[in-house]
Design a protein around this ligand. Structure first.
Ligand SMILES: *[C@@H]1O[C@H](CO)[C@@H](O)[C@H](O)[C@H]1NC(C)=O
Ligand SMILES: *[C@@H]1O[C@H](CO)[C@@H](O)[C@H](O)[C@H]1NC(C)=O
Ligand SMILES: *[C@@H]1O[C@H](CO)[C@@H](O)[C@H](O)[C@H]1NC(C)=O
Ligand SMILES: *[C@@H]1O[C@H](CO)[C@@H](O)[C@H](O)[C@H]1NC(C)=O
Ligand SMILES: *[C@@H]1O[C@H](CO)[C@@H](O)[C@H](O)[C@H]1NC(C)=O
Length: 639
């Protein structure tokens, strides 16, 4: 505290006065006790402190009803009744809850009456247009809420001056099994009790049912909102599990008047897309992070990495019942791609524009997973890590948000399918290709396929050079397509055909083409005679898509996700007839073993640039390119 000369003179004289008074008291103790009391609060000590009390005094509660936890009360004492924790708007509160007990909280909504103070309230609430819509409709809270409203309409009736209160909480820790090998259940969820009546200031399992709302946590999280201008009493109840589990629950509770601090999104269309995996890795991407065509916006988005990711082996139960809790995942998930020390080397995070539309997305590339294992991938947003630290940001942006889990699996330990990404020429390719651990690392593998495609493209460019590309439109080969379109269609087709997408031989999906069935696996094993006998001995089965793969990589038996037939139709439509491209018709010779059709009901049934295990709901329209018969494209395709 800096004192101006005037203040220090004041302080000095006050100190002198105090000394004098003390001396006086020592000399005449009994008679002047009253005077001593009046002088008890020395003005020097309180000069800063008084201001905060004054602002609270601007804020008098309703004179008829003087609650126990008025703002005035709080700012002086900072105390609520024994065992009750006071919550501040937008400030999360961590708390242990012992099994079999209820932890109580109280929240006093900020409330002002005059017009001037209303403005102030807006200011404190953050930006007026916060992303309420973003969180509305998400979560069990909404369904529970409408049910709850009917039961308790009297209390939650919308009044003038009332505002929406958003309660959210995450379970961060929970009791651990006493005997892990014998426990087959997960500890039960916490329960939130909410009351807005002064008659029930200790909501919980023992309180009057009619005076409170009961919301059970879902996967370690709860979201609940309603309109009120009363104090809100909360109880977080932990069930008694002391027989099989030990330790407390730990929960973080946040109340906000603008949006949910802790939210989750349980919509079915997962925000995280599994692109592909191999025996120890996987590639996942987010949706397009912007649809903006503005290059500046795009450049800005490419600089961000807005999401974090958690991954967990499905066989391990540590995150069961915590999948909507950010801190629960942070504490228990096996793999975390966060922006702090919790992050592991097992996942590389970056931005990419690969895929249809070439729009920015965040990608997560895992290594070091177990083979033939099923995983949950859980996308989340952490406001603190996203640079949204501004006090004026809405709670939803400062807090955390967890998205619904995406399932993905790794391939078998044969190791003959390996992920390649970041190819220089076939830049849209990011999936597993036929491989052999003895061939070399993934960079070498990617280069092998990429160089092969590049050399084939060089031949194509020579042919295209003979077409009158630069002629005026009346003399061009097509009014609708030009040489740019032809080259793009050729590249899309070529990269999908020259770089086969590999699946485990053990994958039984009907649309996959078995390859190289009588070759040995990388470990020297061969398919058993019975399996071999069940398959035709045609070239499509006996070798890989092109002989270079068998000669140099030697992947052994694998299956191929065939290129989509529309890649071929688009090529034929886009390029001059003089180039003599043609596509086989489904059912005709040359189709089977070379192309597959989109079948959205079965998921990803064929390969195209930027393909991924898109959620089946987001079906991709199959374009009906007129089919043209003609010469097959030989060399890359087998018949
Ligand atoms: C808030 O909404 C107004 C109009 O509704 C708009 O002009 C303004 O840009 C918005 N502010 C933010 C931060 O979204
Ligand atoms: C891999 O498997 C081992 C043994 O089953 C297990 O302990 C480990 O947690 C698993 N790791 C991952 C990342 O799934
Ligand atoms: C991104 O946007 C493009 C163009 O709108 C669309 O075709 C594509 O499916 C989107 N990708 C994802 C992953 O949503
Ligand atoms: C792959 O191997 C080559 C040498 O063959 C090496 O230069 C390169 O750094 C390796 N790449 C990775 C990702 O390990
Ligand atoms: C080819 O046509 C596309 C539109 O289909 C156009 O954007 C592009 O500029 C054209 N390229 C040339 C070289 O004319």
């Amino acid at each position: 505290m800096h004192l101006s000369p005037l203040q220090s003179r004041l302080a000095a004289s006050l100190a002198a006065s105090c000394l004098l008074i003390l001396l006086y008291l020592i000399l005449f103790p009994p008679d002047f006790a009253l005077a001593a009391e009046l002088n008890e609060a020395p003005p020097v000590v309180t000069d800063d402190f008084d201001l905060s009390i004054d602002s609270a005094k601007l804020n008098p509660r309703d004179s008829v009803y003087e609650p126990e936890f008025s703002a005035f009360d709080k700012s002086i004492t900072g105390r609520a009744p024994e065992g009750v924790t006071q919550l501040t708007n937008n400030e999360p509160m961590p708390m242990n809850v012992e099994p079999g007990s209820t932890q109580l909280f109280v929240f006093v909504p900020p409330s002002w009456s005059s017009g001037e103070e209303n403005d102030r309230r807006h200011e404190l609430r953050g930006e007026p247009n916060t992303s309420k819509a973003d969180d509305a409709g998400a979560g069990a809270g909404t369904a529970e809420e409408s049910k709850g409203r009917q039961e308790n309409e009297r209390n939650l009736e919308k009044r003038q001056g009332s505002q929406t209160v958003y309660i959210s909480a995450n379970t961060c820790q929970r009791p651990q099994p006493v005997e892990p090998s014998k426990t087959t259940k997960d500890p039960p969820q916490l329960t939130l009790f909410v009351s807005t009546t002064a008659a029930n200031q200790a909501p919980g399992p023992l309180a009057d049912e009619g005076s409170q709302e009961v919301i059970v946590f879902k996967e370690g999280a709860v979201m609940y909102s309603f309109d009120t201008d009363e104090e809100v009493y909360l109880g977080v109840y932990a069930p008694d599990v002391s027989e099989s589990f030990s330790g407390p629950y730990n929960v973080r509770v946040a109340v906000s008047t603008d949006s949910y601090y802790y939210s989750y999104d349980d919509r079915d269309d997962a925000d995280l897309i599994w692109v592909d995996s191999d025996s120890q890795g996987a590639l996942l991407i987010t949706h397009n992070l912007t649809e903006s065509a503005d290059p500046n916006v795009e450049a800005e988005v490419m600089k961000t990495q807005p999401y974090v990711l958690f991954a967990h082996n499905k066989k391990d139960r540590a995150i069961n019942g915590l999948k909507y809790s950010y801190c629960g995942l942070y504490n228990y998930a096996q793999i975390a791609a966060t922006k702090d020390e919790r992050s592991t080397d097992l996942v590389r995070t970056g931005m990419t524009k690969r895929g249809p539309g070439n729009l920015p997305k965040q990608q997560f590339f895992f290594i070091g997973l177990n083979s033939s294992a099923d995983y949950f991938g859980i996308l989340a947003r952490d406001g603190r890590a996203g640079g949204y630290l501004g006090k004026r940001q809405a709670a939803s942006q400062r807090g955390t948000r967890v998205f619904k889990a995406t399932s993905f699996s790794t391939k078998s330990d044969h190791g003959n399918c390996a992920l390649v990404i970041d190819l220089a020429f076939c830049d849209q390719i990011a999936y597993s290709v036929p491989s052999n651990p003895n061939f070399g690392n993934s960079t070498k593998l990617a280069d092998f396929y990429d160089n092969y495609a590049r050399s084939a493209y060089a031949n194509f460019e020579k042919s295209l050079a003979q077409v009158a590309c630069d002629a005026p439109s009346s003399q061009r080969y097509s009014l609708a397509r030009n040489c740019t379109d032809c080259a793009a269609a050729y590249k899309d087709w070529l990269c999908s055909v020259a770089i086969p997408r590999c699946e485990d031989f053990s994958n039984t999906a009907s649309y996959l083409q078995p390859r190289a069935i009588d070759h040995p696996f990388p470990n020297g094993e061969k398919l058993d005679a019975e399996t071999l006998a069940s398959m035709p001995k045609t070239p499509a089965y006996m070798s890989s898509r092109n002989s270079l793969i068998d000669d140099i990589i030697k992947p052994g038996p694998h299956k191929e996700l065939l290129p989509c037939d529309d890649l071929c139709y688009k090529l034929v439509q886009s390029c001059p007839a003089s180039m003599e491209f043609g596509c086989p018709l489904p059912g005709s010779i040359g189709f089977a073993g070379n192309y597959a059709k989109h079948d959205t009901s079965e998921g990803l049934t064929c390969n195209f640039p930027g393909s991924a295990h898109f959620p089946s709901a987001g079906g991709r329209a199959v374009l009906n390119w007129g089919v043209m018969a003609g010469a097959l494209m030989v060399g890359l395709l087998m018949v």
